[in-house]
Design a protein around this ligand. Structure first.
Ligand SMILES: Cc1cc2nc3c(=O)[nH]c(=O)nc-3n(C[C@H](O)[C@H](O)[C@H](O)COP(=O)(O)OP(=O)(O)OC[C@H]3O[C@@H](n4cnc5c(N)ncnc54)[C@H](O)[C@@H]3O)c2cc1C
Length: 472
């Protein structure tokens, strides 16, 4: 530990109270490694303030002592953005104690939640007020509002409601000089120049620390219908989406699942069963909702799927007959990453291309990767309707234990080149963090790189906010 860190930690203990500063390596360990267990960081302390003023005091101390901070929420991020550097040079700033929902207003259709509020807790609070916060994803039981906003997270309902960027009405944040930006007014229209709030969304903790977020709510769902379909290929899946969208406005979730992913979930995740009796190379999980009481959204979806079956767009489909079955279908989709983690070495690529190009991209890129790197299994699952899939490459069964380290970078470069050639993005919803920084620097156009560096330099000239992340 450096002298500057020792002084900062002592002053933080006085400011926050000793219980809010963790220095026991056993308490720190779970938070110093990323969710996938790939990136191992090190830090002498976790600081856990409980208010925006306490965060501001810590940021001022960090600036004074030139000790960098790594903001952290639930540590479920997929790009190791919340993992401290391995050399122990930075302190973790945990927002998890800032977990109050300050307000929920059905009239304003807004909730104000502190950065450490868990997504599922916000869902419950909105529901209790007859409203809904529509963004959701597999990590909803542990990811936080601060992390979701800082990564501009997407999830499974982006098709209808957009990413966090469309759902955040404003933020409260401590900027790197220790000042507090208050953007929580919830104004729908506000054209006073640059939007500091929008700048901080997706900034991955490199421009400041979010302490609270104003979030847009939508009316609660009166009923939902969840169905699972078997299709021949990703092109049929997209055809199904377009077929449904021209006949109903209710579709809000549409997830592509390759059979390989389904089989992994069935193998590794307890209490999961195949939704359909037959075998299919590809599957689609879809959800339709209505906010109107009395509308039979299930009957409507069932009828539409019969039509799709008759037209040969799908090979088979089943409608969840109750909420438990609907949850069971979603559990399959939400468990794919977990199942892959259990199976073994996987290279994850969270990529996007234009929606219409995606079916072809999935098939051709998988073939090209498997040809170039014999033995690997490549496939894509996820948010087809958003043009965003998780293009994952798994080590074959005979791969060496160090396959990920030995071959990972080369395979990723290959995939990222294919994505770039297709006019896509190498990070659709998981951010850049540490894992994609080198590739971002390699592939981003100079104008983007210049602007990002200039903004970082202007707001954080001392470089104390989450160093080594995002900035190319
Ligand atoms: C099973 C599973 C499924 C997932 N599915 C999806 C999905 O469908 N879509 C999707 O987009 N993501 C998904 N994720 C990724 C992850 O849940 C999101 O990236 C989420 O936004 C991270 O939130 P967190 O609180 O865990 O943030 P962390 O992992 O703690 O941090 C993420 C980044 O945000 C910064 N940060 C955190 N809090 C703050 C703050 N208060 N102020 C400033 N910076 C901060 C960190 O420094 C880091 O750079 C999934 C993850 C898992 C484990």
């Amino acid at each position: 530990m450096t002298d500057a860190q020792t002084r900062l930690i002592a002053e933080a203990q006085r400011t926050l109270g000793p219980k809010s500063v963790l220095t026991d390596p056993a308490d720190i360990a779970p938070w110093a490694t990323d969710w996938r267990g790939r990136v191992h960081g090190s830090t002498p302390a976790i600081l856990a303030p409980a208010s925006a003023e306490e965060v501001a005091a810590i940021v001022r101390l960090a600036a004074e002592h030139r000790v960098p901070l790594v903001p952290q929420g639930g540590n479920t991020g997929m790009s190791a953005g919340a993992t401290p550097p391995a050399d122990g040079s930075a302190l973790l700033l945990s927002l998890r104690r800032m977990n109050r929902i300050r307000s929920v207003s059905a009239d304003d259709r807004l909730a104000v939640a502190e950065a450490g509020v868990i997504l599922a807790t916000l869902h419950d609070a909105a529901h209790a007020a007859g409203m809904r916060f529509p963004l959701t994803l597999g990590a909803r039981g542990s990811c936080t509002i601060g992390g979701l906003t800082s990564t501009n997270a997407g999830g499974t309902q982006v098709l209808k409601f957009g990413t966090m960027r469309s759902l955040v009405a404003g933020v409260e944040a401590v900027l790197p000089d220790g000042s507090i930006h208050n953007g929580l007014s919830g104004l729908k229209k506000d054209n006073r120049g640059y939007s500091i709030d929008q700048l901080l969304i997706g900034a991955e903790g490199t421009l400041g620390v979010l302490t609270a977020v104003a979030l847009r709510l939508v009316p609660a769902v009166a009923a939902r219908a969840v169905a699972w379909a078997g299709v021949d290929d990703p092109a049929s899946a997209l055809e199904l989406l377009r077929y449904l969208e021209t006949r109903t406005a209710g579709i809000e979730g549409f997830e592509l699942v390759p059979d390989d992913s389904l089989k992994l979930v069935l193998k590794h995740i307890p209490n999961t069963r195949p939704p359909l009796a037959g075998e299919h190379r590809w599957h689609v999980l879809m959800e339709a909702t209505t906010t109107e009481a009395g509308v039979d959204v299930g009957a409507e979806l069932e009828q539409l799927l019969s039509g799709a079956l008759e037209q040969g767009i799908i090979a088979d489909a089943v409608l969840a007959s109750n909420e438990a079955q609907a949850e069971a279908f979603w559990k399959i989709r939400d468990s794919i990453s977990e199942a892959e983690r259990t199976e073994g070495q996987t290279l994850a690529h969270d990529i996007s291309v234009a929606v219409a190009k995606m079916p072809r991209f999935i098939v051709e890129a998988s073939e090209q990767v498997e040809r170039a790197f014999p033995g690997v299994v490549a496939s894509g699952f996820g948010h087809l309707g958003d043009g965003n899939i998780h293009f994952h490459v798994r080590a074959g069964s005979h791969a060496a234990p160090d396959w990920y380290e030995a071959e990972g970078a080369e395979i990723t470069r290959f995939v990222d080149d294919l994505v770039t050639a297709a006019g896509g993005s190498i990070s659709a919803e998981h951010g850049i963090g540490q894992l994609k920084r080198a590739e971002f620097a390699r592939l981003a156009d100079p104008a983007r790189v210049h602007a990002i560096r200039a903004i970082k330099q202007a707001l954080d000239p001392l470089g104390i906010m989450n160093p080594g992340k995002l900035i190319p």
